[in-house]
Design a protein around this ligand. Structure first.
Ligand code: ATR
Length: 521
């Protein structure tokens, strides 16, 4: 590594020795900032003080000094980004350099200076600063991910200890550009690189794998200092950033939108529990073409496919299992060693597994509500296991079509009470999102088992009514867990830790419900 550090303080700060996550601290006052530092330092010994967020950065330094004296294990970056470089500091260049020099005197081992400021400053002024502190020379592009090599070439004219290039991702593919840049250049220079923005979230994990010395994290979802920043808790807890290395396999869930997907929680729990060197990321794919490009270039080892791409994925597959072809939807992709994409549909396992734990499916009489993608997985999966299936759908023509294809029956709502079902499955979205909506009237809910594919809320109104009637219930989270478990098995060849996965998803749903309630109150 061409780090010209022999006479600089950066000798003590070799990139390999730094923690992989630097926590960016903001706050309106020094007291706020230090209170957060105090509470987070033990788990996050690498902190960036965003001094430009403070009205009087210089006045905060004695407090930072005291903090760093009592927390000797902390490595601190001082940043005082000027407003014209995307920060909040309105003072002159001289004032900025003074803040950084004094921040170093207060104990910050590293200072961050933007290329724009550094280009205007006298080389001696920068050399003086760098003779004391390790210097990060930074450049932020708030619009796009472009000209990375050219920008680095410009930056290299100014001697620094780390070169930080932050771009903005407009598409998933921009992350690929950043990764390729890091892979090509990080052997020659100490680099920090990532993409901002919602589309750039994956770069916050992938860049470390590609050679970025470290990445930046937010204190919490509400205290971000850059768009798309992920909280330190999620980077460590969910994405296990500390274990991510060049050998880490990348998996992801692709959809649009994807922000609220529970798949990253459940899959990363499974990967951790089974000691798989893999990480699973949310991929906000705006087009399938872009997703396929990322699958090839990152490369991705496995993909979960969700709304709205389950059907549209089919033409991109080189081969698929029988379920995918029959159902006409793919929710799982494996990228083979040969680069080919193999499609699977694990929604069938999501329906069948929870049921077979409760009753014999062969010859069971099952009523499926709905005739969309989820219903198709249920109908084909159950027919395959020898169940007798009736379909009831709002649009009866769709029910009839599916019944013809799967050799199932249709039923009119008025006739529901003429038949006794063993199982009722709700494969419509009715009941989703804390409503009291129910796809059936109380008196229509007659069965041994009621299975609701809706998983948020965990206990839908349908399940509440069924439970009150003494009927066994299967919440949608079980389907969610089992379809994910089957994906995990396909990707890794290991049995999935379904119990841990269920616990992780249940806890997350409970946390979300509590946060929503708190917002309302
Ligand atoms: P998915 O892939 O999750 O199954 P989908 O393919 O859009 O989603 O299918 C949703 C199913 O729920 C459809 O059968 C739909 O009925 P229509 O075929 O009449 O559209 C059904 N559905 C959606 N909203 C519904 C509602 N409010 N009441 C009853 N059925 C509903």
């Amino acid at each position: 590594m061409a780090l010209a550090m022999s006479s600089t303080p950066a000798t003590r700060l070799l990139p390999q020795r730094l923690p992989k996550v630097c926590l960016a601290l903001s706050g309106d006052t020094a007291d706020d900032m230090l209170a957060i530092a105090e509470s987070m330092a033990r788990d996050n010994p690498f902190l960036e003080f965003r001094l430009d967020y403070l009205k009087q950065p210089l006045a905060a330094l004695p407090k930072i000094h005291r903090f760093l004296e009592t927390h000797q294990y902390v490595t601190a970056i001082a940043t005082c980004r000027r407003a014209d470089s995307g920060g909040k500091f309105k003072g002159s260049l001289a004032a900025q350099l003074e803040v950084l020099a004094k921040a170093h005197a207060a104990g910050c081992q590293i200072v961050d200076l933007e290329l724009q400021s550094a280009s205007k400053a006298k080389p001696e002024a920068i050399a003086r600063l760098r003779s004391r502190a390790a210097l990060i020379l930074s450049f932020h592009d708030f619009r796009a991910t472009r000209n990375l090599d050219e920008t680095l070439a410009k930056m290299l004219k100014i001697p620094a200890d780390f070169y930080k290039l932050v771009a903005t991702a407009a598409t998933l593919s921009d992350n690929v550009a950043m990764m390729k840049f890091l892979q090509a250049q990080s052997g020659k220079h100490a680099l920090i690189g990532l993409c901002m923005g919602e589309q750039g979230i994956i770069s916050r994990v992938l860049s470390v794998r590609a050679g970025s010395a470290f990445t930046f994290a937010a204190v919490s979802a509400d205290l971000k200092t850059a768009p798309g920043q992920v909280s330190a808790r999620d980077l460590r807890g969910i994405y296990r950033i500390d274990q991510v290395d060049a050998a880490t396999r990348i998996y992801g869930v692709a959809g649009d939108p994807i922000e609220h997907s529970l798949s990253p929680v459940i899959m990363n729990t499974a990967l951790r529990r089974e000691n798989v060197n893999g990480v699973y990321l949310p991929l906000h794919a705006k087009t399938l073409k872009e997703l396929i490009y990322c699958a090839r270039e990152i490369p991705l080892h496995g993909l979960s496919i969700t709304m709205p791409y389950k059907q549209a994925m089919l033409p991109y597959l080189d081969n698929s299992d029988a379920h995918t072809a029959k159902i006409g939807a793919c929710n799982t992709v494996v990228r083979g060693q040969d680069g080919k994409l193999y499609g699977f549909n694990t929604d069938v396992a999501g329906v069948v597994r929870p049921l077979e734990q409760r009753l014999a499916i062969a010859n069971a009489k099952v009523l499926v509500l709905g005739a969309g993608g989820a219903a198709r997985a249920a109908v084909f999966g159950l027919k395959e296991r020898g169940a007798e299936v009736w379909i009831l759908n709002r649009t009866s023509a769709k029910a009839q079509k599916l019944a013809r294809q799967a050799k199932a029956h249709t039923i009119k709502r008025a006739d529901l009470r003429k038949l006794a079902f063993d199982v009722i499955i709700n494969a419509t979205p009715v009941g989703m999102g804390n409503t009291r909506d129910c796809p059936l009237k109380d008196e229509e809910i007659q069965a041994k088992v009621v299975f609701d594919m809706v998983y948020d809320p965990v206990e839908t109104h349908l399940l509440q009514v069924a439970r009150a009637k003494g009927i066994a219930v299967i919440p949608g989270v079980e389907m969610f867990v089992q379809q994910a478990a089957r994906q995990f098995e396909i990707w890794t060849g290991k049995p999935a830790p379904a119990g841990d996965m269920l616990r992780a998803v249940t806890i997350t749903l409970q946390e979300r419900a509590a946060a929503q309630k708190q917002k309302k109150d």
